[in-house]
Design a protein. Structure first.
Length: 339
């Protein structure tokens, strides 16, 4: 069965194809009555616009490419959902690709999006990413790209991140003020900005509070549940557990919960846990996870807003680097000592 065209609609209504085209685009030259007739007939015939032809005329694909490390991580799922809503509000379609925390997959995804002629990209780099070549290529081609959450800092492309260094320091200050002094940090990869900034903030707060930094309480690794399990079990096997663990994210914190339960250590009675996370996810933990609250929906919306600004003002656009301030939610995985 052949697809219905604008010419088919025009023949049925005995008008020109140009009239049909303008009516479907709500052109002011066409009366409201004719617009209604054209749209009604189009719906009856099952007309679907030819987006390829439309894009060739406008020289825009009206598509955005998103690259995320993992959609099993609720943070990225929430952020992506927010981006899709923002794109649909601008009548843009979205292609979502997943790197699985693999830099090779990330490069393939970005190359495919370039080949699809997307109008812009939103990228959160994988935990393996340590080469800026593909991003230099995107920049040279002139495709607008905004990093979110994780970025390649040596490439001058717009970014939206959380104020991780200050947030980590603020959280540690709060914990110390409650009376804790033995605080470990499960730090994630230091090659990635979120791991590095959060670790710096943790160290700065200890120095500020005259607490000696113990390097064996800073465990550097990944951002996944298994990393929380392995780091906790390492300290447990060495009989070297602290009073409190600050986790780089809530997935690592979940691993800590699993490991603590396995060895019979109670949270928060015997050890306190806090992490960077999102309040909706924190509520699913038992006890509820104490967090440095990061709203992925807010980040997703701002990232898409920046990208559209760049798409619409391509030549005059100045790169933006935005940091979102976080707040600390005490919740129940960290026992308060001074209540």
């Amino acid at each position: 069965m052949n697809q219905v065209t604008q010419s088919d609609i025009a023949r049925k209504l005995k008008v020109t194809r140009i009239t049909v085209s303008k009516a479907l685009r709500n052109h002011p030259d066409i009366s409201e009555l004719m617009k209604k007739k054209v749209k009604k007939t189009a719906a009856e015939l099952g007309y679907i616009p030819n987006l390829i032809a439309k894009n060739l005329i406008s020289r825009k694909s009206c598509t955005i490419g998103i690259v995320v490390p993992d959609l099993e991580n609720s943070f990225f799922a929430y952020a992506t959902d927010s981006m899709i809503d923002a794109a649909f509000g601008k009548e843009y379609n979205v292609f979502v690709t997943v790197s699985r925390e693999n830099s090779h997959n990330e490069i393939l995804n970005i190359r495919n999006l370039i080949g699809m002629r997307v109008d812009g990209m939103l990228v959160c780099v994988s935990q393996q990413t340590n080469d800026s070549t593909i991003f230099d290529q995107v920049k040279k081609i002139g495709i607008p790209l905004v990093f979110f959450d994780r970025q390649v800092e040596e490439v001058n492309l717009s970014s939206i991140v959380f104020n991780d260094k200050n947030a980590a320091a603020f959280a540690v200050d709060k914990i110390v003020a409650e009376g804790y002094t033995k605080i470990a940090h499960f730090a994630g990869y230091q090659e990635i900005n979120i791991g590095r900034e959060r670790c710096i903030g943790y160290k700065n707060a200890l120095i500020k509070n005259n607490i000696k930094i113990k390097e064996d309480w800073i465990l550097k690794g990944g951002f996944e549940v298994v990393d929380g399990v392995n780091s906790f079990m390492k300290l447990y096997s060495e009989n070297n557990l602290p009073e409190v663990i600050l986790a780089v994210n809530d997935r690592v914190a979940l691993g800590i919960y699993h490991a603590a339960r396995e060895v019979g250590i109670n949270i928060p009675e015997e050890i306190g846990i806090c992490a960077f996370g999102f309040y909706e996810t924190a509520e699913t933990f038992t006890p509820t996870l104490s967090i440095i609250n990061q709203d992925p929906r807010k980040m997703g919306k701002i990232a898409m807003d920046i990208l559209f600004q760049e798409i619409e003002k391509k030549k005059s656009f100045k790169k933006q680097h935005i940091k979102i301030k976080e707040d600390f939610l005490w919740n129940n995985s960290l026992k308060r000592l001074k209540e």
